[in-house]
Write a protein that binds this ligand. Structure first.
Ligand code: 6PG
Length: 474
C-alpha cells in the first residue's frame, strides 16, 4: 500500500472486525491490528476482496502506526477494563501530538476521563465512544455516541457520519455527545434502559406463558402483534418474535436456555451513578437485581421446595386469554415509556451536575437507528424533548401523557393484580408503576420516616405549616 490509511482499528473480535468492514465498505482505507497476527491475516483473507482493497492488515504496532495518515485516528475495540489501559500504554509512545485514540468499548465513563487526562498531558486526544447495535449494527450501521474533545471529533466526523445508522429522517445516528466521558456515560444509560426494557419483556413472557399458557409459536405471534403498536415497535420486540420461533434439532431453543442472565457491568454502573446523584430509576435497579437473582440458581432450586406460593391457580378461558394479550400489550406500552423516561431523567440530571450541556433531543434521535433500544416511540420522544419547535414538543408531550393517563393504565393495574395473585414475579413492571404513582403524588408517606428518624436519632424534620427545622421530644 503506498497511500496511507484514513483510520486504524485495533481488536478484531466480532465487533471490531465488523466495524472495520463497515468503514471499508463506506469507502475509507482502514488499517487493522490484532495481537494474534493469524487473526489479522485470516480477516484480510476473508474480507479484503469484499472491501475492494481498503482493508490493510499490520503485523506489528509499529507497522500499523506508520500506515496511518496524520493526525492518526485509532479505534480501540478491545475488552473494557485493563486491556484498554494496556493497549493505550503500548500505543501512546508511538504516537505524535494531536493523534486521536477512540475507545469504542463499553468503558466506564470515569475510566474514560482518567485516560483523557493522562493522554492530554502527552498532547494526545482520547475519545470515549459508545457504540450500540451489536455485531449486525457494527457491520451495517451502529448508533455512535462519541464524547471528548470537540476538535478531535471534527477530525473523525466524516468517517463516523458515514458509518453510523440512519435515524427516521435519514440523518446519521451520531453526534458529538459532549465533553469528557459523556459519550460513554450516555451509552451506559442506553444500556440501563436496555436492561429495563429487556426485563419487562421477560416478565411479559412469564405472564403469557404461565398464566396464558401460550405456546412458543403463539408467543411469537403475540409479540409480532405488539410490534404493530407504534409505541412498541422496536428491535427488542422484533428479535423476541424470532427467538420464540427458533428451533434446533426439532426443539424450541428458548425452552433449553438456562435462565441465569449474564451482565458485563453497564446496568450496574447506571444504578450506581443514579444512586450517587439521587435520581429515581427503580426499573433499572430491579432489572439489575432480577439478573442477580436469576443467577442465584442453586438457592432458587433449594428454596423452591421450602417456599410454597399460597395461591389458587385459576383456569384461563379463551376470552381470558384474549384479554391477557391486550393487558400485557397495554402494560408493556406504558412501562416502556417509563423506562425511557428514567434513563432520560438520569442523563438530564447528570448533564446539569457535570455541566455537560447534553442535548436530550439529539441523544434520543441518534437512538432511532442502529442501537439495541431503537423503537418507533423515539420519534415522539425526540420531538417532545426538542425545545426548538415548542408547538410540536408540546403536542408530542401531550400525546405521551394521554397514553400514560388513559384507560391502558387501568388495564395495567389489573394485570399487576393478576400477576400477584398468580405468583408471577414482575418486579420491573411494579417498579414502573411505582415510578408513575410516586410522581403522581404531591405527598408521599415519608413524613412518617422523618418522624421515626427524629424519634430515634433526633435528626430533625421540616414542617408543612411553618419554615425551619424542628425536633420533637417524642
Ligand atoms: C449494545 C449492547 C452491547 C452489549 C451489552 C450487553 O448496545 O450494542 O448494549 O453493548 O450487548 O454490553 O451487556 P450485558 O452483557 O451487560 O447484558
Amino acid at each position: 500500500m503506498s497511500a496511507k490509511s484514513n483510520i486504524g482499528l485495533v481488536g478484531l473480535a466480532t465487533m471490531g472486525a465488523n466495524l472495520a468492514r463497515n468503514i471499508a465498505n463506506k469507502g475509507f482505507h482502514i488499517s487493522v491490528f490484532n495481537r494474534t497476527t493469524e487473526k489479522t491475516e485470516k480477516f484480510i483473507q476473508d474480507f479484503g476482496k469484499e472491501s475492494g482493497g481498503k482493508l490493510h492488515g499490520s503485523k506489528t504496532l509499529k507497522e500499523f502506526i506508520a500506515s496511518l495518515e496524520a493526525p492518526r485516528k485509532i479505534i480501540l475495540l478491545v475488552k473494557a477494563g485493563q486491556p484498554v489501559d494496556d493497549m493505550i500504554a503500548e500505543l501512546s509512545p508511538l504516537l505524535d501530538k494531536n493523534d486521536i485514540i477512540i475507545d469504542c468499548g463499553n468503558s466506564h465513563f470515569k475510566d474514560t476521563e482518567r485516560r483523557q487526562n493522562a493522554l492530554a498531558s502527552q498532547g494526545l486526544n482520547f475519545i470515549g465512544c459508545g457504540i450500540s447495535g451489536g455485531e449486525e449494527g457494527a457491520l451495517h450501521g451502529p448508533s455512535l455516541m462519541p464524547g471528548g474533545s470537540k476538535a478531535a471529533w471534527e477530525k473523525i466526523r466524516p468517517i463516523f457520519e458515514k458509518v453510523a445508522a440512519k435515524d427516521f429522517a435519514g440523518k446519521p445516528c451520531v453526534i458529538h455527545i459532549g465533553d469528557l466521558g459523556s459519550g460513554h456515560f450516555v451509552k451506559m444509560v442506553h444500556n440501563g434502559i436496555e436492561y429495563a426494557i429487556m426485563q419487562i419483556l421477560a416478565e411479559s413472557y412469564d405472564i403469557l406463558k404461565n398464566i396464558g399458557k401460550f405456546t412458543n409459536p403463539e408467543l411469537s405471534k403475540i409479540f409480532a402483534g405488539y410490534n404493530k403498536n407504534s409505541n412498541l415497535k422496536s428491535f427488542l420486540i422484533e428479535i423476541t418474535t424470532k427467538i420464540f420461533n427458533k428451533k434446533e434439532d426439532g426443539k424450541f431453543i428458548i425452552d433449553y436456555i438456562k435462565d441465569a442472565a449474564g451482565q458485563k457491568g453497564t446496568g450496574k454502573w447506571t444504578t450506581e451513578i443514579a444512586h450517587d446523584l439521587g435520581v429515581y430509576s427503580p426499573t433499572i435497579n430491579v432489572a439489575v437485581d432480577a439478573r442477580i437473582v436469576s443467577g442465584d440458581t442453586k438457592v432458587r432450586e433449594m428454596s423452591q421446595g421450602m417456599l410454597k406460593q399460597n395461591i389458587t391457580a385459576k383456569k384461563i378461558t379463551i376470552s381470558g386469554k384474549k384479554n391477557l394479550i391486550k393487558q400485557v400489550e397495554n402494560a408493556l406500552e406504558l412501562a416502556t415509556i417509563l423506562c425511557y423516561e428514567q434513563g432520560i431523567s438520569l442523563i438530564s440530571k447528570t448533564s446539569k451536575e457535570f455541566d455537560w450541556k447534553l442535548n436530550l433531543a439529539e441523544i434520543t434521535r441518534i437512538w432511532q437507528g442502529g442501537c439495541i433500544i431503537r423503537s418507533s416511540y423515539l420519534k415522539d420522544l425526540t420531538t417532545a424533548l426538542n425545545p426548538a419547535n415548542e408547538k410540536a414538543a408540546m403536542s408530542a408531550f401531550q400525546k405521551i401523557m394521554k397514553t400514560l393517563n388513559g384507560d391502558k393504565q387501568k388495564s395495567w393495574r389489573k394485570l399487576m393484580s393478576l400477576a400477584m395473585e398468580s405468583g408471577i414475579p414482575t418486579p420491573a413492571f411494579y417498579a414502573c408503576l411505582g415510578y408513575f404513582d410516586s410522581y403522581a403524588k404531591a405527598r408521599l408517606p415519608q413524613n412518617l420516616i422523618q418522624a421515626q428518624r427524629d424519634f430515634f436519632g433526633a435528626h430533625g424534620y421540616e414542617r408543612t405549616d411553618k419554615e425551619g427545622s424542628f425536633h420533637t421530644e417524642w
